[in-house]
Write a protein of this length. Structure first.
Length: 128
């Protein structure tokens, strides 16, 4: 897999948010399209401008656009990672599924989870 692609009203604005959140550089940029990836060249994120984009609803309900996917991002320190995401323009969801997970929404409304895993991890992202 090369990347996961997120639609947004403005691909460049959403890419800028995730660059700040993850610290990944731009791999490719053109009108309506941006790719970011970790420096090691593994799978990254792509962003595509979609003029008819509708913000997803989470938790879901039957009358609005439902969430189709979400990102899980492992962090070392949950509270500082949440603060960092909020400073970049994220918002916190009202619903909290577990004590060690925070659900947030990126500026386009895509839900994503920040979490702390017990035990060692090779690389953790989301910290400023």
């Amino acid at each position: 897999m090369a990347a996961t692609t997120l639609d947004a009203p403005n691909a460049h604005e959403l890419a800028q948010f995730y660059q700040g959140l993850l610290g990944w550089p731009t791999r490719k940029e053109e009108p309506g399209w941006v790719e970011i990836a970790p420096p090691d060249g593994t799978a990254g994120l792509s962003f595509q401008t979609e003029p008819l984009f509708t913000r997803p609803r989470w938790p879901t309900n039957s009358s609005e656009q439902q969430m189709m996917t979400h990102l899980d991002i492992e962090v070392n320190d949950l509270s500082s990672a949440v603060e960092h995401a909020l400073a970049l323009g994220a918002t916190v969801a009202d619903f909290r599924p577990q004590d060690d997970v925070r659900v947030l929404f990126d500026p386009a409304g895509h839900p994503f989870c920040l979490f702390v895993r017990a035990g060692p991890a090779a690389q953790r992202v989301g910290e400023g």
